[in-house]
Design a protein around this ligand. Structure first.
Ligand code: NAI
Ligand code: MG
Length: 491
């Protein structure tokens, strides 16, 4: 069986506590590798390595060279995409049909931010002080901690890492305890790309044992996190004690809103991809489907027809549409929410429980599930399930659609389906969400900022402005002539 150690300062390092834990293939239910169980002393070692790199070769490297290394890394990712994609499938249950393209696409973030590395420009600022010149410099923060979830381990790391490294920081990553392997395999590429040791470090282990000490470490200058709002809040509190900046991406309960004037077939496909892609285990899942009342019944009928045809099974098969739930606890959580929806009085029109069929070896499959007669104040409409469970809510008109869509603590994304351009513009202005899609769903890119309104998070990832999340600005004042004024009078 494969055994993984921490990756610290360019070396594979045994866990200080001498313990490893198992990682499973969610499709077969079998343990396929063991992962180092990190503790505070592993974290300290990794942070020291990252700090040394920041104060050494990496910190003094010119930004053009830094950018070239990121571009080289992009090339290696493209070369290794099939292998990295397969590891995600094995460890996470993601579909191979999705992972080939997703892993290759990751390379674009490194290329984009590699290009940006030497375009981080300060300004010369006009000043009211005679004879004093003022300019700004954007500087990296130092050691950045990145704590990632299990649903898209490498992609969600990439959204943080590419920008952070382009800005000149170094990184200590703590991947999810359920899906650490891909991040460790990815670590191997750094040496080949030519990065100095210590720029990229990985400490594996559990949230409380390895994640928490990383956040509070005095030499960590920022945390970039994706995961649950519960863990996100704890990290934010710990960061507040240190006065440390964070970016947090904490999921959502995104409304996907279909008007009667929409292209129905496109909207049905959009609704299905919104909730059932990646087995519903995505932060941007369109888990609340808002349907204009006049089309409600026909739309639901077609939705059930198409979703009912989903092929469930081996995620390594390119034929599979819906794979297993990634973790046992998540499987249980999804089933619990199905129970809650039924108890709240929602009507189950598709699925509604675990699924087993000829090609669903393990027991971690949930049938694509659709509830109608959902009211927006029900728990099934307000809380993130993170699974293939859709809540359908009817509405009368634009005003009611907006009211329902925004009546929630989250604000990560929203979809609108309409053929009326005026309505598209009004809706995109009024929806309280970091991303709004019109007549499409799920589009994300390295070029465009992504992040949450309200409880969905803090800060943005991707796009030009996201690099500022990993920089701080310094104002420099230079007098043309050293003057000897009366030092007791402030001018
Ligand atoms: P989690 O939020 O507990 O874990 C995410 C990462 O944070 C993992 O690496 C974990 O080890 C780490 N972590 C946990 N507690 C920590 C702490 N106190 N300090 C530092 N690091 C800590 O998420 P989990 O348990 O994997 O999934 C629970 C729920 O979170 C899911 O049911 C889903 O609703 C939501 N989730 C949302 C995601 C998103 O993309 N927004 C991604 C994954 C899960
Ligand atoms: Mg696993």
């Amino acid at each position: 069986m494969k055994s993984y150690n921490h990756y610290i300062g360019g070396q594979w390092v045994d866990p200080a506590g001498g313990e490893w834990f198992d990682t499973e293939n969610p499709y077969t239910g079998e343990v396929w590798a063991r992962i180092a169980r990190g503790t505070e002393s592993d974290v300290s070692r990794a942070v020291s390595a990252a700090k040394m790199a920041f104060e050494g070769e990496w910190g003094s490297m010119n930004p053009t060279k830094r950018g070239k290394l990121l571009v080289r890394l992009a090339e290696l990712i493209e070369r290794e995409a099939p292998r990295l994609g397969e590891i995600e499938v094995r460890d996470n249950g993601k579909l191979i049909a999705e992972m080939g393209a997703q892993t290759r696409y990751m390379a674009e973030w490194y290329r984009y931010y590699g290009g940006l590395a030497d375009k981080i420009e300060g300004a010369v600022i006009p000043t009211d002080k005679p004879g004093i010149f003022n300019f700004t410099r954007y500087e990296p923060l130092g050691v950045v901690a990145m704590i990632t979830p299990w649903n898209s381990p490498l992609l969600l790391l990439t959204w943080k890492l590419a920008a952070a490294l382009a800005a000149g920081n170094t990184a200590v990553v703590k991947p999810s305890e359920f899906t650490s392997a891909s991040t460790l395999e990815f670590a191997e590429l750094f040496e080949e790309a030519g990065f100095p040791p210590g720029v990229f470090n990985v400490v594996t282990g559990f949230g409380a044992e390895a994640g928490a000490p990383l956040v509070v470490h005095p030499h960590v200058e920022k945390v970039a996190f994706t995961g649950s709002d519960v863990a996100g809040q704890k990290i934010y509190e710990a960061a507040a004690k240190k006065i440390m900046p964070v970016t947090l991406e904490l999921g959502g309960k995104s409304p996907n809103i279909v008007f009667a004037d929409a292209d129905m077939e496109a909207a049905v496909m959009g609704a299905i991809s919104g909730i059932f892609a990646a087995t519903g285990q995505t932060c941007i899942a369109g888990s609340r489907l808002l349907l204009q009342r006049s089309i409600h019944d026909d739309f639901v009928k077609r939705l059930v027809e198409v979703a009912g045809e989903a092929r469930m099974g081996d995620p390594m098969s390119p034929e599979t549409h819906v794979g297993p739930i990634t973790t046992r606890s998540q499987f249980q959580k999804v089933l619990d929410y199905i129970g809650i929806a039924k108890a709240e009085g929602a009507t189950c029109v598709l699925g509604g429980g675990p699924y087993s069929g000829p090609s669903t070896k393990g027991s971690q499959f949930v049938a694509p599930t659709i509830f109608t007669n959902v009211r927006n104040d029900m728990r099934i409409a307000q809380e993130e399930v993170f699974g293939p469970v859709l809540s359908v809510i009817p509405f009368e008109d634009e005003v009611e659609a907006i009211a329902i869509a925004n009546d929630i603590d989250f604000g990560l994304a929203a979809g609108v389906w309409t053929s009326d351009i005026g309505r598209a513009l009004r809706m995109s202005e009024r929806l309280r969400a970091g991303t709004v899609w019109v007549n499409t769903y799920r589009a994300v890119s390295f070029t465009s900022p992504f992040g949450g309104y309200k409880r969905s998070g803090e800060g943005r990832e991707s796009g030009k402005e996201a690099i500022k999340e990993f920089l701080q600005v310094k104002s420099v004042w230079i007098a043309q002539e050293a003057s000897t004024q009366n030092p007791f009078i402030i001018r």
